[in-house]
Design a protein around this ligand. Sequence first.
Ligand code: GAR
Length: 192
Amino acid sequence: MAKLNGSKKIKTAVFISGRGSNLINLIKFSLKKNSPIRIELIISDNSKAKGLIYSKRYNIKKKIYLFKKRNIAENKILDKLRNKKIKLICLAGFMKILSKNFIKKFRGKILNIHPSLLPKYKGLNTHERVIKNNEKFSGCTVHFVNSKLDSGKIILQKKIKINKNETANTLAKKVLRQEHILYLKALKKLYC
Ligand code: GAR
């Protein structure tokens, strides 16, 4: 995608399933003058996602699509994205796996943040598995989304040391703080 030129910001949709700390981080960033993105749409598969409160607070349109039938939900989402001329998708704690067909339509334009040092610990319950395996380090990764789970080209990673008494909870908090920094760094690297 072309880098940002002048005042034209990239129309972006953020997909969430839960709390939305990465969402609010992206929103605050997007409001800065030098940010390359403008968030035009929040999409969720979960009507109870806590992060949806930021829609009202920041006056950003939200849409909920229950993924009972994935292809139906995805086709509706694709219509909406086309309609709003969305050029970039940021997954931010979005817990559904998007189909090959969907990803093809936005090739190279879907980013994700994952709370591990990919390719290690793809999938769910990352921190629990990391602690169980007595890893010395963990971290987070921003990557492009391709058709294989958590496997697209890596844009940036941040490595974090694991302390002796670390629990999955304390690690999750530490990693999350770094996620917020890393996602913005990745966007600047790609589009500024
Ligand atoms: C974040 O830790 C994010 O990396 C993770 O879910 C959390 C969402 O938190 N995403 C994944 O595990 C995706 N495979 P948030 O809702 O506060 O941003």
